[in-house]
Design a protein around this ligand. Structure first.
Ligand code: NAD
Length: 378
């Protein structure tokens, strides 16, 4: 089975989909692995490193796409490349399907079996392939470092002959994978950390990391069967804002990570709340690319609002491209290995498997994901 791995061409993206160690793993499985020339350069891997791992290297994108039984890449495919792929080709990447209905339609019409890595279910078995988690971990870490860099104060308490410096206060809103990593990172840097999430189950996790959970009574909230937060009513959102205003005002750095699966991120901090914060404070909107948690935040910009620096940087995992690529590549390798038939040396797209059922969006000219259909048709 021929697996082609495409070089990422999105401007500013330094992450790569496959590192040589994973290439070696796929070759050992018996795959005929071909990578695009220059695949690993942004992480300092040469073509020769992939050749040493047993892959072939081609400079022709067209040839790679036309000959592949399976295509692996990082981000969604460019529309003009879809018609180059063979009918029945399995395409595995981030797909952002809820915002890319047109692309999904094209993949469907071309008869591609498109796997969206974002849709892999949150099960114990699938953890090793969960790109959302691996990248969110790095994003949480990156957000804290950004906060530390843009704050004019230091994070840790210091007792010195020049006086005692108080520790910085960090407030983290949304305690999923990114939020937990942000809490751990801010604690390691010596900050006093508070956190809030609408899912009451996270309170224990927040406490176990040595942070304080901010309690706000919103009534019935809860989570979906996959562990994602449910959307709040407008009344609950208003209550949440009211409850969080004080926690924001006493913080030097606020990091917002709140997301809703398949929907725009909830708007949690408005200009009035920013005006209550001390000038010089820093807010990092980690949801800026999916609609934004903070009023006035802009993608890849620092916006100053009432003296507060609002940072809206996208692609936070890409700031630590080497580690992020290592983790993405490992997730991808685990996905392929999990469904690899060792006798026939072929990827078995088992339509009865829960992971494939969750992540496969299009197949044989049809949209097959029930979750995608239910959200897109709402
Ligand atoms: P996410 O990226 O969808 O959202 C980030 C956080 O924002 C979540 O904790 C969510 O509850 C929170 N949020 C949403 N609306 C909010 C609001 N109005 N105010 C405050 N917070 C709000 O979440 P995620 O990081 O993908 O994690 C979702 C859940 O899945 C977590 O419980 C996580 O531990 C779990 N998970 C399980 C597995 C697994 O079992 N394999 C893997 C990864 C994550």
């Amino acid at each position: 089975m021929r697996i082609a791995v495409m070089k990422e061409n999105c401007p500013g993206e330094r992450r790569i989909p496959l590192i040589p160690a994973t290439a070696e793993k796929l070759v050992k499985l018996g795959a005929d692995l071909a990578v695009e020339s220059g695949l690993g350069l942004s992480c300092r891997f040469e073509d020769a490193d992939y050749e040493k791992a047993g892959a072939s290297v081609s400079a022709s994108r067209r040839e790679l796409l036309q000959s592949a039984d399976m295509v692996l890449r990082l981000r969604k495919p460019p529309k003009e490349e879809i018609e180059l792929m063979r009918q029945g080709c399995i395409h595995v990447s981030y797909l952002d399907p809820f915002n890319e209905a047109g692309l999904v339609e094209l993949l469907c019409r071309a008869g591609i079996s498109a796997v969206s890595l974002e849709m892999i279910p949150r099960s114990t078995l699938a953890q090793k392939m969960d790109v959302l988690s691996s990248q969110a971990n790095i994003a949480g870490y990156a957000a804290v470092l950004l906060g530390a860099e843009h704050l004019d104060k230091i994070f840790p308490m210091m007792t010195t002959p020049a006086g005692t410096i108080k520790p910085a206060r960090v407030f983290i809103i949304g305690v999923g994978v990114a939020g937990l990593q942000a809490i751990a990172t801010a604690k390691r840097l010596g900050a006093v950390v508070e956190a809030f999430d609408t899912r009451p189950v996270v309170e224990e996790q927040v406490k176990s990391l040595g942070a304080k959970f901010v309690k706000i009574d919103l009534g019935e909230t809860g989570q979906t069967k996959d562990g994602y937060a449910k959307a709040l009513t407008p009344e609950q959102l208003a209550l949440q804002k009211e409850g969080m205003t004080k926690a924001c005002a006493r913080a030097d750095v606020v990091i917002t990570t709140a997301q809703l699966f398949g929907r725009p991120a909830p708007r949690l901090i408005d200009r009035k709340m920013l005006a209550e914060m001390r000038p010089g404070s820093v807010v990092i909107d980690m949801a800026v690319e999916s609609g934004g948690n903070v009023e006035g935040s802009e993608v890849d910009k620092i916006t100053e609002i009432s003296g507060v620096r609002v940072l809206g940087f996208g692609n936070l995992p890409g700031r630590f491209a080497e580690t992020a690529s290592q983790m993405y590549s490992s997730n991808l390798g685990n996905f392929v290995e999990h469904f690899w038939d060792k006798q026939t040396k072929v990827f078995n797209l088992n339509r009865n498997d829960e992971i494939i059922k969750g992540a496969l969006i299009t197949h044989a000219g049809e949209i097959v994901s029930e979750m995608y259909k239910s959200i897109i048709n709402k």
